[in-house]
Ligand binder design. Structure first.
Ligand SMILES: Nc1nc2c(c(=O)[nH]1)N[C@H]1C(S)=C(S)[C@@H](COP(=O)(O)O)O[C@H]1N2
Ligand SMILES: [Mo]
Length: 220
């Protein structure tokens, strides 16, 4: 009798472990819909603080000084100051941050200008396929035009209703929530639209060229 109870308890544990493996496997190989039932991507842990990651420099740019240039393979290049950015239609989007160094932060409420609005203004030329995002600290990162144009992507000037702090990339950073956070360039000053791909700072140093947290595209 006691043997039976013990072995059924053991069985339950085994099933639980196998279920966990199956779930983990699904995250890597399943459809995106299945994967997103689980909000924390594989290998990530949840934090409630907000870590700061940079190259050891945090440029200090006032709103009066800030400029954004969009150039390259576009019909209409643009050069914005902060006032012009604020005069554009504004959106708010809530999304999760997933950093390749394995922390995730849920429910970030961003305010700013959608990348779709920006693209509608500059009109990428036929053949334009990739972008390089430039930060004032010399940082660069590459992204496909398609991924940049996601409806949850924005040029953010505020987080949780407050101006973005210098350490987190203020006055303006990019937010591309569906990819590891290294694609979200801080202190954004230039967006270069290209007809070819040009790997950025981390992409040439061993990071994955894409960076989908749900597929654990961390390193190449
Ligand atoms: N300009 C610039 N943008 C950057 C970085 C950087 O060093 N410089 N680091 C990237 C990395 S690796 C991460 S994880 C996030 C960190 O953003 P946070 O400091 O606001 O958490 O910014 C990304 N954008
Ligand atoms: Mo990162």
């Amino acid at each position: 009798m006691s043997d039976d109870t013990e072995s059924s308890g053991f069985k339950e544990k085994l099933v639980a472990v196998k279920q966990a493996w199956a779930r983990a496997g699904r995250l890597l190989t399943g459809s995106p819909d299945e994967a997103h039932e689980h909000r924390l991507p594989p290998g990530q842990r949840l934090v409630t603080n907000w870590p700061v990651l940079d190259l050891g420099v945090q440029p200090s740019i006032s709103k009066a000084e800030w400029r954004l240039r969009v150039d390259g393979a576009v019909q209409t290049p643009l050069d914005w100051d902060f006032e012009t950015l604020m005069a554009q239609p504004q959106i708010e989007d809530v999304s999760d941050i997933h950093c390749v160094t394995q922390w995730s932060r849920f429910d970030n409420r961003w305010q700013g200008v959608s990348t779709q609005h920006l693209l509608a203004l500059v009109q990428p030329l036929p053949g334009a396929s990739h972008l390089v995002l430039h930060g004032a600290d010399g940082y660069t990162t590459n992204v496909t035009l398609e991924n940049f144009a996601g409806e949850d992507c924005l040029l953010a000037h505020s987080h949780d209703g407050r101006p973005l702090s210098r350490e987190h990339g203020g006055p303006v950073r990019l937010v591309i929530p569906r990819w590891y956070f290294w694609k979200s360039a801080k202190w954004l000053t230039r967006i270069e639209v290209r007809r070819d791909d040009a790997p950025g700072f981390w992409e040439v140093r061993g990071y994955h060229n894409e960076g989908d947290p749900w597929r654990e595209q961390r390193y190449s």
